[in-house]
Ligand binder design. Structure first.
Ligand code: ADP
Length: 655
């Protein structure tokens, strides 16, 4: 038994109150076919929405089976709609992008009864559309569409069918078909509540209720009651339905939500693709930028490691000039004699090598090459891991005689000699003849410069014959033991101060750096650079996320009626939310995966084209994947909530 007691419903439109229902009481027994008639605005739909669990009254009681259901919450009403009610609307409300039978299946999905899909086929046969199952709604006539809607309303074996002007959009022939179908259902025992304003249609019902201004003004039974009264459905216990549904709906098949989401994405290919591209660019640049930074860091570390961490470098100038240019004469300049003196600190220092550096124009045959010319001591080779791979380094004796001998870096060899053997060849450096005696081992490119684009000559030759310098640019000293580093630094400092008679205020006119410091500085610089690049990339990812959110919001408002329909047939808030979230996450994740692949590709391309070292780290990939997941959930959540909160009646009416 369905019983409404003293139901009222009032809408407030600003200051105006519209009394849609005033104190309506009504009993409907199982098996009845009731038509509600009345002029437009008389409250027919409002009444049907309340009886159909789509809306709640302001006051009064609604007794169904063993419960007053006005106390139930939104999700519980959704369960009742799903299990007990079937809806047939004037506008059919079929989802356009899925087949007829898939439309008929929808209520099963929200009932957690996907294993009963055979039911949908059975109902399609019942409404005479077995041959049309795989057609899309737009390939069906109006009458056929309404029959699909009826099949959908029947699929969960509801207790009562609600038909809101079911023939309002149909021609006479289809109208007859539909009304005959409803009559037939009623004969088989279904309770039917139908809103109509057509007298002939209403005449086919067994009972007609007339309404005016929110009140029932007439209630006539057209035909004799059934001989055999229809019983309430077996065990119509609202509590039992609710608790059973909670259990099955709890697992409301993820696969179905996933399919619906996938469908939505595929049916808007271009739009989905463009929003994925946003994420793709973001992720790809995060990966490539981090790879670039990581590569730079590793190559710097490797190069510095080959220098040995127990090297000290003594240079003119303050260690921290703070950007202020020092006047001439305020730096301490070093000579070869300083280097010799430092070498004599044998307690702490094992080897010393003075260096000068400048540019030189190389000529071999008809080939020219401009490169860095480095003049060094003989100890340079062992100290800087530069013992020639081919040939030899110059000796102490040759250095004293300022011999014109040169050891080439591999890039120089490639540029001047190609594949030919350069040993013993005669080349010119700044128009002076030199003999090639060796080739240095390959050091590899750093992000800043090519370390193999260099030639090494004796420091004396460089100063007095090639570059015309009187002072050395820096002196490298190797400390015997890393533990003696501070002591060595101290000893050198004292020696320099003494040799150059530096007064207290001029003691910062030279500086001693150790390689470990340089290493740390460089590494922190590259780390900063990596984060900088990474955060620029992250911003583009953020923009991509906002793009997804935008698309999802558009999608929600575009599919308002679809959401209304889903809710009417029993989707709960969670179902709608999950569907939209899956949609957002699917988009970001596929954009993300494509982005990772592009990012790796970009890193390789950068390495190949620009000659930069890059290294794609697992960390970057994990970071990017997690990030895109968060973007999807984060930016999908709000639109999904908006969708889930929609009121089903308003959503269905949305134009
Ligand atoms: P019927 O179905 O008989 O045409 P309704 O039940 O739709 O009538 O509406 C009854 C009255 O309530 C009408 O005056 C209508 O304008 C008003 N009404 C219905 N829904 C709303 C709403 N959501 N907000 C404000 N007024 C409403």
């Amino acid at each position: 038994m369905i019983e409404l007691r003293h139901i009222t419903k009032t809408y407030k439109m600003g200051a105006v109150e519209v009394h849609a229902l005033r104190d309506v009481s009504l009993k409907i027994t199982p098996g009845e076919f009731v038509a509600i008639m009345g002029p437009s605005g008389s409250g027919k739909s409002t009444l049907m929405h309340i009886v159909g669990f789509l809306d709640r009254p302001d006051s009064g009681a609604y007794l169904l089976g063993d419960r007053d259901i006005t106390e139930l919450g939104d999700d519980e009403l959704a369960i009742l709609r799903n299990r007990l009610a079937g809806f047939v609307f004037q506008q059919f409300h079929l989802l356009p992008r899925i087949s007829a039978v898939e439309n008929a299946e929808l209520p099963l999905i929200y009932a957690g009864r996907r294993h009963l899909k055979e039911k949908a086929h059975e109902k399609m046969r019942e409404v005479g559309l077995a041959q049309r199952e795989s057609h899309r709604p737009n390939e069906l006539s109006g009458g056929e569409q309404q029959r699909v809607a009826i099949a959908r309303s029947l699929v969960n074996e509801p207790f009562i069918i609600f038909a809101d002007e079911p023939t309002g959009n149909l021609d006479t022939k289809s109208e007859e078909e539909i009304i005959a179908l409803l009559e037939d259902l009623n004969r088989k025992g279904k309770t039917i509540l139908m809103v109509t304003h057509e007298q002939e249609i209403a005449a086919r019902a067994r009972r007609i209720i007339r309404m005016r201004d929110g009140e029932i003004v007439a209630d006539e039974r057209k035909r004799a009651r059934r001989k055999k009264p229809v019983a309430m459905p077996q065990g119509l216990s609202i509590d039992a339905i609710l608790s059973e549904s909670r259990q099955t709906l709890a697992q409301a098949a993820f696969i179905d939500h996933f399919r619906q989401a996938l469908h939505a994405i595929v049916s808007h290919k271009m739009r989905s693709f463009l929003s994925m591209v946003g994420i793709l660019i973001g992720i790809a640049s995060v990966i490539a930028m981090l790879a670039l930074g990581q590569g730079a860091k590793e190559s710097i570390t490797k190069q510095l490691a080959s220098l040995g961490s127990n090297l000290l470098s003594i240079r003119p100038g303050a260690s921290q000039m703070g950007g202020v240019a020092l006047e001439a004469g305020t730096v301490t300049r070093f000579t070869l004699q300083d280097a010799d003196a430092i070498a004599k600190l044998t307690g702490t220092i094992s080897r010393v090598s003075p260096s000068v550096s400048g540019r030189g124009q190389l000529v071999y045959g008809n080939k020219n090459w401009n490169t860095q010319v480095l003049g060094t001591g003989t100890n340079y080779a062992p100290m800087r891991a530069a013992i020639p791979a081919i040939g030899r380094f110059f000796t102490e004796d040759e250095l004293r005689k300022r011999d014109k001998l040169v050891v080439l870096g591999t890039s120089v060899v490639t540029n001047l000699f190609g594949d030919a053997n350069p040993i013993n060849a005669a080349i010119k450096i700044n128009r002076i003849n030199f003999k090639v005696i060796g080739v240095m081992p390959k050091k590899g490119a750093s992000p800043f410069r090519d370390q193999d684009d260099v030639v090494v000559i004796p420091v004396t030759t460089a100063m007095y014959r090639v570059l015309g310098k009187q002072y050395v640019d820096f002196i490298d000293a190797e400390v015997r033991d890393p533990l003696l580093m501070d002591e060595a630094q101290d000893a050198i400092s004292k020696l320099v101060i003494k040799r150059h008679n530096l007064t207290k205020d001029r003691q910062d006119t030279f500086n001693i750096r150790n390689m470990a410091d340089i290493q740390a500085t460089l590494q922190s610089t590259t780390r900063t650079m990596t984060w900088l690049l990474g955060s620029i990339a992250a911003i583009s990812l953020l923009v991509g996320g906002i793009g997804i959110m935008n698309i999802m919001l558009v999608s929600v408002s575009e599919r308002t009626r679809e959401i209304g329909l889903r809710k009417a047939i029993g989707a709960r808030k969670k179902d709608i939310m999950v569907q939209f979230l899956i949609e957002a996450v699917l988009m970001t994740m596929s954009g993300g995966i494509a982005g990772i692949l592009c990012g790796i590709g970009m890193s390789f391309l950068l390495a190949l084209l620009a000659g930069w070292a890059t290294k794609v780290s697992i960390f970057a990939i994990v970071l990017a994947t997690t990030f895109s997941l968060f973007v999807g959930v984060g930016f999908g959540l709000w639109p999904a909530r908006q969708a889930a909160r929609l009121n089903p009646i308003e959503a269905l009416r949305y134009e």
